[in-house]
Write a protein that binds this ligand. Structure first.
Ligand SMILES: [Zn+2]
Length: 242
């Protein structure tokens, strides 16, 4: 789905631990600087992602960058395959990079987490392959693509969680820092966020942006009074629907 001149939203679904998992990847296009994929789905989704990119007119070989919003398995699952096939540069926040490149075990692979992981998720966890991170992003960094993209560090959901703010289209690619449900925006999942007070502070930070549309990885696009919704969320401390 073409959101605006700079962003396509790739709406995909997969079985994750036996359950359907709808996800919304973002594809930032730039005629000069090349295409950038934000997040990479669950393990085994590389062909579905390449297919959705092709519908947006971007071949896998055209992909220049892959940005990960954070280390969770449904975001980094197909990273290794996509990076290898495309040769794209891999970018992640400096705090999150060690969990993606294998220098530290990601949260989902820590022994105490693995122990509590339902058996139906084990094969997905075991199929994760660490991937080198070529560029470590920092808060406030500006990337010259898609009309100007600002990195907004939003710790809380994970320690090195990030969002991307596209200046020209005023689009916020929120990853899991926000959730959407039927066009309404909510705070991040309380069940799956590592540090909820920090995540709340990050929502306040996001509410300072001038936003026309929000892309939530889970729940999709929020474009009905996005600015107002975000500001009310930050002010009221309203939380996820769970
Ligand atoms: Zn997550």
């Amino acid at each position: 789905m073409r959101l605006n001149d700079d962003v396509y939203v790739l709406e995909l679904s997969t079985l994750f631990g036996g359950q359907p998992l709808p996800v919304n990847l973002s594809l930032v296009v730039d005629a000069v600087r090349g295409a950038t994929l934000v997040d990479t789905g669950a393990p085994g989704q590389e062909e579905a992602i390449a297919g959705a990119m092709a519908e947006a007119g971007v071949g896998i070989e055209d992909l220049r960058r892959i940005i990960l919003t954070h280390q969770h398995l449904d975001h980094v699952g197909s990273l290794h395959a996509l990076a290898r096939t495309s040769g794209a540069l891999v970018l992640a926040h400096e705090v999150e990079a060690p969990f993606i490149d294998g220098s530290q075990p990601p949260e989902f692979a820590r022994p105490e987490v693995l122990e509590a992981t339902p058996p139906e998720f084990r094969s997905a966890v075991e199929s994760f392959r660490p991937t080198p991170v070529d560029h470590r992003l920092t808060d406030g960094e500006r990337l010259d693509m898609g009309g100007g993209v600002r990195v907004v560090a939003t710790p809380g959901h994970t320690p090195g969680n990030l969002c991307l703010y596209l200046e020209r289209s005023r689009t916020l690619i929120a990853g899991d820092s926000l959730l959407a449900h039927r066009g309404r925006v909510y705070g991040p999942s309380s069940k799956f966020s590592a540090d909820l007070p920090a995540a709340r502070e990050s929502v306040q930070k996001l509410a300072e942006l001038d936003v026309r549309a929000i892309v939530c990885y889970h729940g999709g696009v929020v474009d009905d009074d996005a600015n107002g919704q975000l500001q009310r969320l930050a002010a009221a401390g309203a939380w996820s629907p769970e």
